[in-house]
Design a binder for this molecule. Structure first.
Ligand code: AMP
Length: 439
């Protein structure tokens, strides 16, 4: 038997309904916020990630799925969505059409990581990228979108952490201070961080291993190194958020794993008991230099990405029901060969008219067909036997109200649709349903 690859998951029918429910809602929210979907290839030239994510990043050094294709090209399965979106943005000259471009994506990402709860080798991200504004209003708007998504799904146990990495000048000064500080505590650093000290000292702050060391706790804070402009920028973002009632905490140790961020960065963390170590649901920030560094025009941008596996885990941990089971509206029961021929046509027409319709495929007995109809959650059962065939009729039963009527075959669909609509309008006092309908 061939089994799935380590760190990958099958999303089976009972689960996939949750995924499509989440994706539908995300698409709707994006529409409301003016974001358009972009679908980029799952593999790109390896160079794209080397240049965008950064040669020195753990992601590129240890986690990408790289291979040489049959034409001798170096390609990489996408480990994140921003680089591909930016490549496409530049290649398709989207900037020439609109000053502001707001894009979103949903799809699989691939990282060769050590699998654990909430960490997979193939996982899914939903992300947004907003191009074109250097103003703090855009940072705040993007953060508010992330918070709206969380609220729209009713997730409560979360914390938004925000920090500023400042502009290039501030960051360079801060990096120097970090190198000075950690060089005098080098013995306390883990091997990875010794390496980071040379390649990107900011990342030491992201290290889970060294978090408890004295060196980590006494490290200089970025806020002391932000120049006036960067401070003003950050304060403006916070003012927008305060004014809109967005709750957050400032976390000076937040750095984010990718090289391309400047100014505002943020993460949304799940704070749910027993959730596990991989509790960052969403991460993002401003990346003003990335478009230019990939040979595009000078173009500021802000974005974020949610990990959908973790998002779903968080919703379930809080007991949120995210699926809408496909309950059948109608179960059609043909009794006999001639009825089967008429009923399949009828089922097809009912489906064409939007009724979720099931039919017996197994020539089951009437008793077993009733059981099957119940399993499908059907509200209506339509039975056709020889008597009905003779009169061109079908026997329609509303399972909830127990009302049963013989109707002309040609009128059945309209009859059911009218019945569904009349129950929807019911205020709870109608005689036909005995005040039992859901609407
Ligand atoms: P990143 O692109 O690393 O900033 O990740 C953004 C979000 O994607 C994280 O907050 C996680 O929710 C999710 N994520 C990242 N890596 C993985 C992974 N290996 N497995 C599952 N989710 C992940």
């Amino acid at each position: 038997m061939i089994t799935k690859q380590k760190g990958t998951q099958d999303i089976l029918p009972g689960e996939s309904i949750k995924w499509s429910t989440i994706e539908d809602k995300l698409r709707l929210i994006c529409k409301i916020y003016g974001y358009n979907e972009i679908r980029t290839p799952i593999f790109e030239a390896s160079e794209l990630y080397h240049r965008s994510v950064g040669e020195g990043s753990d992601l590129v050094r240890k986690e990408t799925y790289d291979f040489i294709d049959r034409g001798g090209r170096n390609v990489t399965l996408r480990p994140e969505g921003t680089a591909g979106a930016v490549r496409s943005f530049i290649e398709n000259k989207m900037y020439a059409e609109n000053q502001i471009n707001k894009l979103f994506y949903i799809g699989s990402m691939f990282r060769y990581e050590r699998p654990q709860k909430g960490r997979l080798r193939e996982f899914h991200q939903f992300g947004v990228e907003a191009f074109g504004s250097k103003d703090p209003i855009m940072d705040a708007d993007v953060i508010m979108l992330a918070v709206t998504i969380i609220k729209a799904f009713g997730l409560k146990g979360i914390k938004v952490r925000i920090n500023s990495l400042g502009d290039e000048e501030s960051r360079n000064n801060y990096k120097e201070a970090l190198i000075k500080h950690f060089s005098s505590h080098i013995d306390e650093l883990c091997n990875d961080c010794k390496d980071r000290l040379v390649k990107n000292p900011l990342r030491i702050l992201d290290c889970k291993v060294d978090r408890e060391t004295n060196a980590y706790k006494t490290a200089p804070k970025i806020e002391e190194y932000l120049n006036e402009e960067s401070k003003n920028y950050f304060n403006s973002v916070l003012k927008y958020l305060d004014n809109a009632g967005v709750e957050y905490v400032i976390d000076n140790n937040l750095v984010r794993g990718l090289d391309y961020y400047s100014h505002t960065i943020f993460e949304v963390e799940a704070q749910i008991e027993g959730f596990g170590a991989q509790n960052v649901l969403c991460g993002g920030g401003r990346y003003d230099k990335l478009v230019e560094s990939l040979d595009g025009p000078s173009m500021p941008a802000v974005g974020f990405a949610f990990g959908l596996e973790r998002f779903l885990m968080a919703l379930e941990a809080e007991g949120k029901v995210v699926d809408q089971p496909n309950k059948a509206h109608l179960y059609i029961m043909p009794l006999g060969e001639e009825a089967k021929i008429k009923c399949l046509k009828l089922a097809n027409e009912a489906r064409f008219n939007g009724l979720i319709t099931e039919i017996d495929y197994l020539n089951k007995s009437m008793k077993n067909q009733f059981k099957q109809a119940e399993r499908c959650g059907a509200t209506y059962i339509a039975i056709m036997g020889s008597e009905e065939i003779e009169n061109n009729e079908i026997n329609v039963k509303n399972v909830k109200t127990q009302k049963q009527e013989k109707v002309n075959v040609d009128d059945m669909i309209e009859y059911i649709i009218n019945d569904i609509n009349s129950q929807r309008r019911c205020s709870g006092h109608c005689s036909s349903c005995g005040g039992d309908c859901e609407e």
